[in-house]
Design a protein around this ligand. Structure first.
Ligand SMILES: [Zn+2]
Length: 248
């Protein structure tokens, strides 16, 4: 199981609460939504896309008295990463008490966690090879990659909605290509329903395909299939129009 993308815990919860995502100055990013975090002795669950193993936390700090910065070691990609969260009360306003409570509980959990080296050994062997397999089927080699789907409706920003939903995965080439297909299919169906979607959606489709090829090497068949599926709705609309004109 990918320790950075664990399921939402339902038992053994030490602390939970609603938080907002914030920037490095502690300013709340309203567009990023709400993180309904849950802390267990093993990991801090932030959202479906991110869980932080307590043993991998390098630093928990205060951001201008407004938010909490959590820096952790991502042993899959061997880099330092971080997330900044600000406590949020029932009225949706900043709640410093909740932020301090998170710092306190996370520091307490860290004191009981195994050392980082011990945790990292579960993921990489001594030669640096990844031990962990695909999060779907367990096959090796597996790699970390990010795909997303794009949604656009109406005319943004006047009257409409516009969203890019990135999702991180740790999987084998087969499940990587499959995840790319699903994300491009969704983009192909809901990504062209407004403006500036015609400009953005093709780029998003290509970005997913590029990510797949970058991580697993060039695959012509998957590239063609996953690119075409991202244009399914506009292609169907053009095809329908041609058919309509031709059969009049
Ligand atoms: Zn797999």
């Amino acid at each position: 199981m990918n320790p950075y993308r664990m399921p939402k815990p339902s038992a053994g919860i030490l602390f939970k609460g609603d938080f907002c995502y914030a920037d490095h100055k502690g300013r709340i990013d309203d567009r990023a939504g709400v993180a309904r975090i849950r802390l267990t002795s093993e990991y801090l669950w932030v959202n479906d896309n991110l869980s932080i193993p307590v043993a991998s936390v390098l630093h928990v700090g205060d951001v201008n008295g407004k938010a909490v910065s959590i820096v952790f070691h991502n042993a899959l990609s061997d880099v330092e990463e971080g997330v900044i969260l600000a406590g949020r009360n029932w009225f949706g306003l900043r709640d410093r008490g909740r932020s301090y409570a998170l710092v306190h509980r996370l520091e307490e959990a860290r004191r009981h966690a195994p050392p980082l080296e011990q945790f990292a050994e579960r993921i990489r062997d001594q030669s640096g090879e990844l031990k962990l397999g695909c999060e779907v089927c367990g096959a090796k080699p597996a790699n970390e990659l990010e795909f997303g789907w794009f949604f656009c409706f109406g005319v943004f920003p006047i009257a409409g909605a516009y969203q890019w939903k990135p999702e991180r995965r740790f999987c084998c080439a087969k499940h990587g290509a499959r995840a790319c297909f699903v994300n491009n299919l969704v983009t192909g169906l809901v990504g062209y329903l407004g403006f500036p979607s015609v400009l953005v959606a093709p780029y998003r489709v290509w970005r997913n395909v590029r990510e797949m090829n970058k991580v697993f090497g060039w695959n012509t068949r998957a590239t063609v299939l996953n690119t075409l599926v991202g244009f399914i709705l506009p292609a169907a609309a053009v095809g329908g129009l041609v058919y309509f004109i031709a059969t009049r």
